[in-house]
Design a protein around this ligand. Structure first.
Ligand SMILES: [Cu+2]
Length: 158
């Protein structure tokens, strides 16, 4: 009798342990794993890696307030899935930033601010940012706030 009761006890513990493990696994999957996977939006490949890019040059002499031509072109427009990846090339001899006026945060690529990614853009270097949502994105240079520009992203076929 003693042996049987110990066996029943062990079987009971095993079943309870099994049920607990299954419950915890399911809870983890449903409440932790799935929300974490869904946190970043699913974005079309053409938007993440558009076939073309849009280039903006930071012109020599941009750090002079008297010079009105700095980000060139000052305003650009591009379609999602076409050329929504924008590249700023610093052709000046001093560092500049590309900083959102509105502190815009792209759901996939994060802050629209070169300082958050690479810091100031050194002379001869580039900063690129891929916009995954249609909208108007005014920006400026942090050390030289008279330097301003605007990116407009259109929905295109998306
Ligand atoms: Cu600047």
């Amino acid at each position: 009798m003693q042996g049987l009761s110990t066996q029943n006890y062990a079987a009971g513990i095993s079943i309870i342990t099994f049920v607990l493990v299954v419950t915890i696994s399911m809870a983890y999957y449903q409440f932790i794993y799935i929300p974490a996977v869904n946190e970043k939006p699913i974005v079309a490949a053409a938007i993440l890696h558009p076939p073309q890019t849009t280039q903006i040059n930071i012109l020599p002499g941009s750090s002079q307030p008297s010079q009105t031509k700095n980000f060139e072109p000052k305003q650009i427009s591009a379609d999602l899935g076409m050329a929504n990846k924008v590249i700023w090339k610093n052709t000046d001899s001093v560092p500049h930033s590309v900083t959102s006026d509105t502190n815009y945060n792209d759901p996939t690529f994060g802050k629209f601010n070169s300082i958050s990614h690479i810091g100031l853009v050194p002379p001869g270097q580039i900063f690129n940012f891929t916009f995954t949502q249609a909208g108007e994105y005014p920006y400026h240079c942090e050390p030289h706030p008279w330097m301003t520009g605007k990116v407009s992203i259109q929905k295109g076929k998306f």
